[in-house]
Design a binder for this molecule. Structure first.
Ligand code: GDP
Ligand code: MG
Length: 437
């Protein structure tokens, strides 16, 4: 989604003066990008109408930087779509605060229950996890394992007692043991059914939770939004925790769920690990989706540094399988012209420090690679298959590396070449009208 939106808006940015037609054209592309990202169509329509209304107004078209203005409006409206400000958990003035997690099977309730407990424990809460899923095999055990890893107590009465009773007893247990926060894990189904809803309603009735949070799998896109609508209608929810956002490349659920249900996203799950839960900030998410500023400047930087003629030559070489170590070296040089890799990566929204650390290693690696290639003769660069054992030794000595490093590079080079060939073959196939399976 980010790519598409950036594409649509990049065109505007480079224009000096915008006509109403420019704006409409860009909005058509934005609309398509949103629909493709599985954003609810009604949400898309409202969104586009709002942006258009504001963007076609005089102050934008007459301003000095109309393209930027439109991007700013899109950013603001995306943020508004997701609720504008961060929505926190409301804690009861009379502890314990009771949070009930609901959702379909596999959405991430049990994992998220642990994550949320761990997260709130860090801010000084004393959470108790309550095992309310008595149906899924090993669900109780799963919660106990999660609780154990986070050093959180888990309350269970086994799987022979009704979840309503377990929830009630869990809250009583918390009162007795000084836990000021109760997180109730509940059962899910593959699809919404009346029996499940009834059970959840009964738990709600019995323990009167302060927060009912719906756990939704972001990767299910529009389906997640439909699920949210039904849960909100039948049970009433206070907010959403959107999981598996780490695997969601489209962003459809994140963008639509608030607009459709009028309930805020409170947290997002960003991975399987138990510390990978983050509070949700609409403005940050909007920036990430839009890749505001930083991404745009990154693209500009890349365009300015990559010599277009060379790029085209390279493409031809790859297609004709003539890609040599000299070309490889050329590529490395071009990359270096763009500045340190780590700095480039920092500009990418969402890039984390873990990745940055890996990259530093890679940069050192690049120096080695360069040295190795430079120690090859012209003939060797052109035709790596002649590099036998004694040549390898010579190259290793000349580059101040090891034979093993030389071997690795040769292997990598062959793999890269093979991969490039696959890509170009695939491209050919697609141009012929074939489809990727
Ligand atoms: P439940 O049936 O709703 O209780 O779901 P679980 O808590 O058992 O989670 C189902 C699967 O989703 C597990 O394999 C989790 O590790 C995984 N999962 C949960 N949250 C996330 C997340 O934010 N990112 C990723 N990648 N996986 C997640
Ligand atoms: Mg579960």
């Amino acid at each position: 989604l980010a790519d598409k939106l950036q594409g649509a808006l990049q065109k505007l940015k480079s224009k000096g003066k915008l006509s109403e037609k420019d704006v409409k054209e860009a909005m058509r592309e934005v609309k398509l990008a949103l629909l493709e990202a599985d954003v609810n169509f009604k949400v898309v329509k409202d969104f586009i109408d709002k942006v258009k209304d504001r963007a076609v107004g005089n102050e934008v078209l007459e301003s000095l930087t109309p393209g930027q203005q439109v991007i700013k409006i899109v950013n603001e409206e995306l943020t508004a779509l997701m609720g504008t400000t961060q929505s926190k958990i409301t804690f009861s003035s009379k502890p314990p605060t009771v949070i009930m997690l609901v959702g379909l099977q596999g959405a991430g309730k049990t994992t998220t229950g642990g994550k949320l407990g761990g997260y709130l424990k860090k801010s000084g809460k004393r959470p108790l996890l309550v095992a309310g899923d008595i149906y899924r095999p090993a669900a109780i055990k799963q919660l106990q394992v999660v609780g154990g890893q986070l050093d959180l107590p888990v309350f269970t009465l086994g799987d022979k007692v009704s979840p309503v009773h377990i929830a009630k007893a869990g809250v009583e247990h918390a009162v007795k043991h000084g836990n000021d926060l109760v997180i109730i894990d509940t059962a899910g189904r593959l699809h919404i059914d009346d029996h499940l809803m009834e059970e959840l309603q009964n738990i709600k009735q019995e323990v009167k939770p302060h927060e009912i949070l719906l756990v939704l799998d972001a990767m299910t896109g529009q389906d997640a939004v439909n699920v949210a609508e039904i849960f909100n209608e039948k049970l009433g929810i206070d907010g959403v925790i959107l999981t598996k956002l780490d695997g969601d490349t489209r962003g459809g659920a994140a963008l639509s769920v608030r607009a459709v249900t009028n309930k805020p996203i409170k947290f997002i799950g960003m991975g399987e690990k138990l510390n990978e839960l983050e509070p949700f900030f609409p403005d940050r998410m909007a920036s990430r989706i839009l890749g505001m500023g930083d991404i745009l400047s990154l693209i500009e930087k890349a365009q300015a540094n990559f010599d277009e003629k060379k790029a085209r030559e390279l493409e031809k070489k790859i297609k004709t399988q003539e890609f040599t170590f000299d070309d490889f070296l050329d590529q490395l040089q071009q990359m270096k012209n763009m500045g340190p890799l780590s700095q480039l990566l920092e500009m990418i929204p969402g890039a984390n420090s873990k990745q940055l650390k890996n990259l530093e290693v890679d940069e050192k690696e690049l120096v080695h690679i360069e040295a190795i290639i430079k120690s090859m003769t012209k003939a060797e660069r052109k035709n790596p298959s002649i590099i036998n054992g004694s040549r390898r030794k010579r190259i290793a000595l000349g580059s101040g590396t090891t034979v093993q490093k030389v071997n690795n590079l040769l292997k990598q080079f062959e793999q890269t070449k093979k991969m490039m060939k696959q890509f170009t073959d695939m491209e050919k196939g697609m141009k012929k009208g074939g489809k990727m399976k």
